[in-house]
Design a protein around this ligand. Sequence first.
Ligand SMILES: [Zn+2]
Length: 378
Amino acid sequence: MDSILELENKINDLKKVDKESYKLFNRIYSYYCNFGILKIIPTIKPIVLKYFGKRDINGQLISKEDEVFENVRKQRIVNIFNEWTGQGTLYNSLRSKRPGMSSEPSEERKKLEELIQNSEEGCDFCNPEKRTPEDVFGRVRGRYSITAANIAKYDVWSSLVIFKKHNPLEFNLKEFSDYINTAFQWFDMVLKENEDYKFPFFVWNCLPRAGASQVHGHAQILMTRDRSYAKVESLKRVIEEYKKETKSDYFKDLYKVHKSLGLSHKSGEVKLFASITPIKEKEIIVISPGPPSTMDQTKKIVFNILRCFIDVFGVESFNMSISCPLLNRVNDPPYIIQIVDRGNIFKSTADIGGMELFGSTVVADDPYMIIKKLRDCV
Ligand SMILES: [Zn+2]
């Protein structure tokens, strides 16, 4: 099976068969592959088998002991750096092989459904008209969602799209499309109210592990002044700088590189790829040439990705964002939708640590595994 751990071979192949993509890859990324080696002293052998040996349902070891020891002794590392965004990611063969990464719907899913159900009692968002504040211009009312002012605002214009359904993991295409439409209608309302605030941002933190304070399905909608939010603004600067230096389009080239590596998918005008420098597990980047509110294709693709995350990968908690150009401006950077898995909701360790905050991102999931399953869903 294809793997990011084989990146070196893939790049060598590109050099032979697709010189243009090889050049683009080297223009955007630098990387190294090597082994991290350790000594397995006799007393650590049971510990190695406990953490990295595969077992059957009766707890009997099914992996060959020597193989487990060798996989731990010599770990393949791939370190990739995006020269333009400054984003870097580390892959480790052992982390991607570790047991317990099953995507089967399990007992855990039942536990999660229970947690969601139990949070319904006394939920303010189940009764948003009475139990959430309004914006000064009122509310946008969609068929399956409604807006509310954020009671503790992030910024001057900071509101919520509250979904009709309490369970944030339960939504169909019609409902999802409505959430997006409601958000974009709210952006228009804010612009009418105060034309200085024209940089929209949509972010969905699904469940507390992804940053939500309420279980009930909802997304954050914001409009800011002067410039986009910091990360979006940095990305816009990358696009500008890239254009100035290379006379080329950053996202077009980024997509080309991922396509040449077999990590992309295209449907109509909408493109997506499994990033080789993901911000965290399973990051998918969707490039939409227009606002998702007016593009059914974009809504459908993003919906299918989310459903694949939840139903196929067993994702419980995720972040999804829509980075937008200046509202209503054409020929600006495309709309960029990012989706990332935030891990198991019942796990006590955080998925983001000091490495992610101050160093490079460390991930376990292989982008080749992700795109393979995703292609079946979209
Ligand atoms: Zn609710």
